[in-house]
Design a protein around this ligand. Structure first.
Ligand code: NDP
Ligand SMILES: CC(C)=CCC[C@@H](C)[C@H]1CC=C2C3=C(CC[C@@]21C)[C@@]1(C)CC[C@H](O)C(C)(C)[C@@H]1CC3
Length: 230
């Protein structure tokens, strides 16, 4: 699971993106700004997954999900061939957004990345070593299993801050494609549905595992994925 999740699909996605960028360069003699930017953001996403590879050990895919159709097909086919949708679109149709729109999109991507990385690392460090002095300021709820739940820091903002950051990044990649057609927006729409369903699955699982402590956590942290909205 660990290998399939991190190596073939993610690296394949990056390779396909680099082929699109090379092709665009050969056609136009320049690196089109929006395409180059989205390739760079997605390269950051892939590099991040590889750099922080041990953080995957505290995700649902590794802890609870089996290595069935979703993960096999998802890791080996869906990720490399669908996640390059926006770059494929930009390579085919060129890009036309002014610099100030691209600057706004870059800010959105970096805000999303900060939330995504900050929350995933915070939970991972806490699960690896609950006595880590750097996390001693965070509030927690004890559970009957002996594990604690974080209720402040990123995990006090909403129950899935990591999903929220991920959705912001997905949206920024599609915004770079402009608004001439809804096609490149398939990705953030699919991704939001996937993560809403995933949050429900995880919540059900945690409710069974942590019982009253999970109810206390949900009472304390009201929003599921997007603070003040959902
Ligand atoms: N690009 C893509 O296509 C996809 C990306 N992702 C990304 O993968 C990352 C991991 O997601 P995923 O595995 O779904 O979910 P999480 O990383 O949120 O892992 C869920 C587990 O974390 C623990 N947990 C939940 N809440 C708390 C808390 N308050 N304090 C401490 N521990 C808590 C629980 O496990 P326990 O208590 O047992 O430790 C829970 O089962 C996310 O950033 C997500 O956006 C996910 C799916 C697709
Ligand atoms: C409709 C369908 C076939 C869905 C399959 C879903 C899979 C594509 C995703 C399930 C969980 C994933 C994760 C990542 C990639 C997509 C899949 C496999 C991930 C490796 C992307 C990089 C991140 O940094 C991550 C390591 C946190 C992440 C883990 C979950």
């Amino acid at each position: 699971k660990f290998f399939c999740e991190l190596r073939p699909g993610l690296i394949g996605w990056l390779m396909i993106n680099l082929v699109f960028l090379t092709e665009a360069y050969q056609k136009t003699g320049t690196f089109p700004p929006a395409l180059t930017m989205v390739v760079a953001f997605q390269a950051l996403y892939v590099a991040d997954a590889l750099w922080f590879e041990d953080a995957i050990l505290t995700t649902m895919d590794i802890i609870t999900d089996g290595f069935g159709f979703m993960l096999v097909f998802g890791d080996l086919v869906w990720v490399p061939f669908l996640y390059c949708l926006q770059t494929r679109f930009l390579q085919e149709h060129g890009d036309s957004l002014p610099w100030y729109c691209l600057a706004g999109i870059a800010i959105l991507n970096m805000v999303g990345y900060t939330i995504f990385r900050g929350s995933n690392s915070q939970k991972n460090e806490f699960r690896k070593n609950p006595y880590n002095p750097e996390l001693a300021h965070l509030e927690t709820i004890p559970t009957s299993t002996g594990k604690k739940l974080l209720v402040s820091g990123w995990w006090g903002m909403c129950r899935k801050p990591n999903y929220f950051g991920d959705i912001l990044m997905a949206l920024s990649w599609s915004l770079a494609c402009g608004s001439s057609t809804p096609l490149p927006y398939f990705y953030p729409v699919y991704f939001t549905i996937l993560l809403v369903h995933r949050e429900m699955r995880d919540s059900e699982h945690c409710a069974k595992k942590y019982k009253a402590s999970w109810d206390r956590y949900c009472e304390r942290v009201k929003y599921r994925i997007c603070p003040l909205v959902y």
